[in-house]
Design a protein around this ligand. Sequence first.
Ligand code: PBG
Ligand code: ZN
Length: 346
Amino acid sequence: MAKPGETFETDRQTLEIEEREMTESMDRPQRLRQNARWRALVRETTVQPSDLVWPLFVKAGSERPTPVTSMPGVEQRCVDDVLELAERAEALGLGGLLLFGIPDHKDERGSSAWDPDGPVPAAIRAIKKATPELLVWADVCLCEYTSHGHCGLLDGERIDGDATLPLLARAAVEYARAGADAVAPSDMFDGRVAHIREALDEEDFSMTPIVSYAVKYASSLYGPFRDAAGSSLVHGDRRSHQMDPANAREALREAWLDSAEDADVLMVKPASYYLDVISAVRRSADRPVAAYQVSGEYSMIKAAAANGWLDERAVAVESLLAIRRAGADCIVTYFAPDVAPWLLEG
Ligand code: PBG
Ligand code: ZN
């Protein structure tokens, strides 16, 4: 720090700091930080339980919960056991749930994805009966249902997005029929929002919103999720359809396209490493923006906290605040049930 009378250089100018300036006209941002009441009054960003969507993994069958080793606190649950979590979400005032399915049968085409008796439609029906007001989003993708773990049909080694669109639409319609409050396509194949919208409208689900994973990167942060959802790849990767982490301008193109195809909410994923992208989408889009704090973001904080290296509560809240500050209206996060009481306590 410069002292009165001292001269120091910045790249643009040389400044002389005078005694008078220090005492009489020093700018004092600290005035508004001196106690909790002032800080609360001038706070620019908040996070509330109702901003948060909790992802859940629903498995077929009636086995007891299976913990996911790489995601402490997360479990795969059968439909009966998932109801307890829905009731918890409702009691905490969470914004909603996002459901992923773990089927008992996988094949090349991922046909369990549109089975009306599959884990996701069954869970939607049960949850909407037990807690009718709680919003339930259904993730739409084939990777949990295909034997090869890819998000779409394979044509040799190539992932055939175009041929996959009718199958995604079929799954989306089944989830809408089961009572989903939104369908959330997470595949990143071109044209899927328009395709799904058309199929929903044809089946009289014109009021079912599409929460599009509009800007989804081919990120290394999805590793723990693939354990949780049992969607590890047998070969290859997702870089032919998910975005290159190096690209930001392209995010606006993706967001604009999904908006033009009438996606109701645009999701950016992952969140914390892509705050610039959330902010850019927020400024240019005419739709609400969601952000997905993915499995790797969650597990890194959990692992550091388990070692006593970070304060889990403080870091989790700070991470969500950062995502909101960047411009996300709502956040999908595995921390949802844990942080909700902390947020209310302040
Ligand atoms: C399926 C899907 C993935 C995630 C959400 N939906 C995995 C992937 O694309 O590989 C990742 C969520 C997370 O990491 O928490 N397409
Ligand atoms: Zn997928």
